[in-house]
Design a protein around this ligand. Sequence first.
Ligand code: GLC
Ligand code: CA
Length: 521
Amino acid sequence: MIYQVYVRSFADSNDDGVGDLPGLLGRLDHLAWLGVEAVWLSPVMPSPNADWGYDVADYGAVLPEYGTIDDLDEVIAAAGRLGIRVLLDLVPNHTSDRHAWFVESRSSVDSTRRDWYVWADPKPDGSPPNNWVGSFGGPAWSLDEPSGQYYLHNFLPEQPDLNWWNDGVRDAFDDILRFWWDRGVAGFRIDVCNMMIKDAALRDNPSATEDDPFIMRMFGQRPVYNGNRPEAHDILRRWRRISADYSPTRVLLGETNVDTLENLATYYGSGDDELHMGFNFPFIEAPFEAGALADIVARTEALLPSAAWPVWTGSNHDVSRLATRWCGGDPAKVRLALLMLLTLRGTPVLFQGDEIGLTDREFDKDELLDPVGLRFWPYYPGRDPERTPMQWDDGPNAGFTSAGVTPWIPMADAPVHVAGQRAEPGSVLHFVRDVIALRRRSPDLLGGDYRALPAPDGAWAWQRGAETIVALNLSAEARRMALPPGPGTVVLGTHPGRDASPTGDALDLEPWEGVVVTSRA
Ligand code: GLC
Ligand code: CA
């Protein structure tokens, strides 16, 4: 089970309103208590923060606001002593425009690093080299007036795209991987790894059609040539080889933000030669409905190579939190969603705050910090709503930082916090901890295969391994479902009073109730 720490919003140790590595160090006991096995830290490298860390200015250092590289070493060592491994966020698609490589690349068309980025001449009328639109909207090209050429940026103009056709870029990243692996990181979450390499001929993207997903229709085109190229797989294979040289437990977890499960499956290669794991965006973006989710899980199970390991997530720093988006703030639904994530076959990734059912905060326009929110307001508020600080206690600023300090981003208004829920055995937090503990001692839940079981409308049930059944009622009405014959016991449930109760041939579930049943006598 992986836990995503958005470092900037986790814990502030020195009262500047910004979360930092010593702050994280001081809160590792929470993660150990919860049963977390690995953390993924959102970018901690130096960055001018045009895109809050996803514009990296130096791949071999730590942002001073977050601490020093020694602090990071200490986090890795202390986490290791608690049985928690640390994954860093690696951003290979683009750098910051302040990265020394780009400064040099931009300095002259003859620069030895010119070809490290994607430069191209304007069309004869002076317009951009092709029709590509960036993922944050607007043309994916900016003109560099002194040289008269455009450079490519699939995101902000402050995030120039690297040219992955260039061997120097590939060698530089081999060294970056090794640099961090030598320091004991367990692996990387790889930012937009499906877009790293672009069509060498820079062909125009085809127009979107009526049947395409909303985002393509909005941008008017399919991202066929500015990403999702077959050559991305060569890079992942290269990295998998480097990771294997270190040890079989070094992990490559890709941000595979692709719209089909067929495409997601390709990033696992033959099952052992590309990513170890890739995020499942069709699942993240699905409605919280039994039919839709069961269908995605069944297709994921069928499409992934046989030994491949799925990933299940409901929240991250880019999407509305699951407690809001899936559950409308209802703690009963939050338990059900978390039970689902933690009992499917694969690795669950929880986002900080999921374990207390933290909800999004609504932002006014003048509070926005995310460039994407600023661009698309009021149609889309951007990603600030899910990036508010972690809530630790009932003190000022919920214990994220001291009283009187203004956090870098406003606190959410949700009255939930870790201390309160730790003191309350029936809380979401205790429930999550119990599910994680069950998962860690159950060979079925850890490694057993997934088989869907018949379930009435609005419900979803599956078997894991030889003797474990998970049944969820994702509806507002009670549901009854048949169970395979034989004895059964509820080992854990979302609703009070269910645990340890025997089951018969049928299982009755209350609205939004979920249970784990074992057929062990
Ligand atoms: C990824 C990150 C997101 C960032 C984008 C550009 O999608 O998760 O936060 O804005 O890449 O780097
Ligand atoms: Ca701080």
